[in-house]
Design a protein around this ligand. Structure first.
Ligand code: HEM
Length: 153
């Protein structure tokens, strides 16, 4: 595995771990384990933050990977990638809102936001893993480019 593949593999694993922790954390609050819910969700947030730091560093220092698969699938892939990026951004904003509401002890609102945040995060993780599978497992060989070129190039 080269350096170009190590970073995406680590960051994709972090998204998966974070989503699994959110599912566990949700389950914990349903069964009334408040402390365990808090700790699990905080670790999930740290995993998401680490993902973000690795993703941004890689984008700045190495660049993003362009589509290496068939031309006929390129547009579908680009639409899917943009959908994933938009979802990830929404998940980040909702995640911060959900955490802020919890720390302000506004649990009524936290509960409503938390449900939406968790579902958005699950979809972000699934679409992120799909992008990884397409780019590095099914159709490897795309070159790295600065982020804007990788999306629209
Ligand atoms: C981004 C991180 C978090 C997410 C995604 C999240 C998600 C959720 C969800 C989905 C529920 C509703 C469960 C249900 O009724 O179906 C919930 C409830 C709750 N959460 Fe969180 N949570 C997070 C962080 C925290 C933290 C840090 C605390 C503690 C400071 C906390 C305390 C609570 C409490 C007390 C409830 C129960 C509220 C009620 O039933 O009125 N949560 N959370």
């Amino acid at each position: 595995m080269t350096w170009y593949e190590i970073f995406p593999t680590i960051s994709t694993s972090l998204i998966a771990i974070s989503a699994i922790l959110v599912a566990i954390g949700w389950r914990l609050i349903i069964v009334g384990k408040r402390n365990a819910h808090e700790k699990t969700m905080l670790v999930a947030a740290v995993a998401a933050l680490l993902f973000f730091i690795i993703y941004v560093s890689r984008t700045i220092f190495i660049g993003n990977t362009t589509w290496g698969g068939p031309e006929s699938l390129k547009t579908v892939y680009q639409v899917f990638l943009i959908f994933h990026i938009v979802l990830a951004t929404v998940a980040a904003v909702f995640g911060l809102t959900t955490l802020t509401l919890a720390f302000r002890q506004n649990f009524g609102k936290h509960r409503k936001w938390g449900r939406v945040t968790s579902v958005v995060w699950f979809i972000t993780a699934i679409t992120g893993i799909t992008v990884y599978v397409l780019l590095y497992l099914m159709y490897p060989g795309g070159h790295t480019k600065p982020v804007i070129d990788a999306i629209f190039g």
